[in-house]
Write a protein that binds this ligand. Structure first.
Ligand code: NAP
Ligand code: MN
Length: 268
């Protein structure tokens, strides 16, 4: 079993990283930064986003597991004092193939950004958001499956994955979607609604094989965010969003149902 560890960089997470390496070495696990079977993220949910994007090119052959050093996370469900148990469980297996069926797969979001200066594709674990750089109103036409749906004016648009639905999407009044449902959710960020401007006002959940195109409808400096990564764009033509073919794999050595995480995180 080859592994890699990524931590948040704070003192506690770094210390835990070090003790993870010591325990893993003693158990015969091999540290491998190039092609690990398992990537361990130590920190918070944000650390998992970072880990996923670090290994995005090899993500299809990696299973992720998260240890939290603060509050319980959605992607980080192991406690710091459980690291010895986690290492023990990991060392019981030779490679990633032996982990089945203790791997769960969560849907991801594919985003194609079309600019005057070129086209690029991204994968999101939580969400994609489109906002203005300077805080001004954005104007964007939203098409669903190549049909004009609405003309959006407001602060921005968020398109989330099921596992990202408990993050930014939730703050926007979107629904929480179980990650076994292959879908994406479009939610509005402070839309302007009056006699002149009109948007749907409700979050929309779209299934796999549907797509949504967001067209920039004025000269505007936009901020495109893929999970925690911000990119300013001043020549956007459109963005296409759809459920990705690819999924993310998480190691589950013990059950921890999604709705229990939701209750723990938000109701205590
Ligand atoms: P951050 O500012 O630390 O993240 C904001 C909060 O979202 C943190 O408490 C983070 O947990 C939590 N979080 C991340 N992914 C989550 C998930 N899938 N379900 C529930 N909570 C989640 O920044 P960050 O750590 O780099 O995370 C980036 C994410 O922040 C974005 O993907 C976006 O979803 C979220 N965000 C939320 C808002 C908002 O709610 N108004 C605004 C901007 C961004 P940890 O503390 O464990 O990292
Ligand atoms: Mn964070």
């Amino acid at each position: 079993m080859r592994y890699y560890v990524l931590d948040r960089g704070d003192q506690l997470s770094q210390d835990l990283s070090r003790s993870f390496h010591e325990l893993a070495g003693a158990q015969g696990l091999k540290l491998d930064a190039e092609s690990p079977d398992i990537v361990v993220s130590i920190g918070g949910d944000g650390t998992m986003l970072h880990a996923f994007h670090t290994f995005i090119d090899r993500a299809s052959s990696i299973a992720f597991v998260g240890v939290h050093t603060g509050h319980l996370g959605f992607y980080a469900d192991w406690k710091a004092d459980e690291i010895p148990e986690l290492v023990q469980l990991m060392s019981g297996q030779k490679d990633r193939r032996q982990l089945n069926p203790r791997i769960v797969h969560y849907p991801l979001l594919e985003v194609e950004v079309i600019k005057k200066s070129g086209t690029s594709s991204f994968i999101c674990l939580n969400e994609f958001t489109l906002k203005s750089v300077d805080g001004g109103t954005i104007v964007a036409q939203v098409d669903i499956n190549d049909q004009m749906f609405e003309m959006f004016r407001g602060d921005g648009i968020c398109v989330s994955t099921p596992s990202g639905s408990t993050a930014y999407n939730k703050s926007l009044g979107g629904a929480m979607v179980h990650p076994s449902i292959e879908a994406m959710q479009i939610s509005e960020i402070a839309s302007i609604n009056n006699r002149v401007f009109r948007t749907m006002g409700s979050a929309l959940v779209l299934p796999k094989h549907h797509h949504c195109d967001i067209y920039s409808r004025k000269e505007q400096n936009l901020m495109l965010t893929i999970d925690h990564i911000n990119t300013p764009v001043n020549d956007l033509i459109s963005v296409r969003c759809q459920v990705a073919e690819q999924k993310i794999s998480f190691v589950r050595y013990r059950p921890f149902p999604f709705w229990n995480r939701v209750r723990n995180a938000f109701l205590g």
